[in-house]
Design a protein around this ligand. Sequence first.
Ligand SMILES: [Mg+2]
Length: 370
Amino acid sequence: MKITEVETLHLRLPVVQEVADGTQDCLVVRVHTDAGLTGLGEVVSCSYVARAVIDAPRSAPFRHGLASIVKGMEADDIDGISRAMIEGTAWYGPGGVTRQAMSGIDMALWDLRGKAMGVPVRALLSETPVDAVPCYASVLWPQRPELTAESARGFLEQGYRAVKYGWAPMGPDPDLDEALVAAARDALGSEIDLMVDAGRAWDVETALERVERFQKYDVSWLEEPLSPYDTIGYRTLSESSSIPIAAGEALTLVEEYENLLNGGRIQVVQPDLGRVGGITGGTQIAASAQDTGAWTVPHAFGTGILLAASAQWAATFEKPMTEFTRAPSPLAQDLVPHRMRFQDGKLHLTDAPGLGVELDTQVVEAYRVN
Ligand SMILES: [Mg+2]
């Protein structure tokens, strides 16, 4: 089964707002083969740049996009393709957008392997995967505490067992920050897990002040309070905070994760399969996390492709959990009809081969950027 074409589909809402919602724009990868099977993957990046990393035509050696590198290769040779993409992008790689673009191809190759073998991806990764993965509802903070309470009551009614709020308006005002967390906890009651994503808003001292304020609300983790590369800051914080510290969604290379895990001593690590080199890269990071005792919970704030890949992957973990974005964008909610069934706080996976996802062609046509 040889790769005949790598196709990029760039989708974008007509109006993109300046909020931390990455589901307003996405880059889907379709890998076609001579066996007639097609694999789907997703890149989580600046889509315009990542698209060029895949599509760029060949010029001098090492000055070509990923599609040129992998075309003609055996689709089932996932490790070989991964190595070829790393070596073939030596002039401009291997981290950042290169790794993000590689992720979409890797995800599509795992989808293809599952389709070729007639089994879901989780069965390729483990002999004992679970069929239902606990998930947490994930949205941006509503602008005011009373709106947060309303949102949290909605999640409670829908059966979520864990909820995360993130980014602005959390950040500059300690009283507002505490009021947001208090409103969420009050509405959720004491049984539901609550996570707080600070969206890189603070320095170490400010983060520790917020920990003092938030600890009475039983916060399960405090996510990305600092810049993603502030390893020393993360170490200070992780060693002093009474709330577990989560981070890692912005990184791409396993070496960067090892730095954050070993140097930063974070308790929860959040690789995004659309950034870290897909399932292949994510699995290396999860192994490093196991060495430090950190809990791996995939960051998944994208389309249903990323969600399916994250859930299939997390189904193979000792303590499975995935993010489940409830962002309202049609790219997040409608591009891939959610075939996984949400019930009692879990995503119940299907046994469809590969990732078990298909694109809604009407959504593709409505939002495709040429
Ligand atoms: Mg986050």
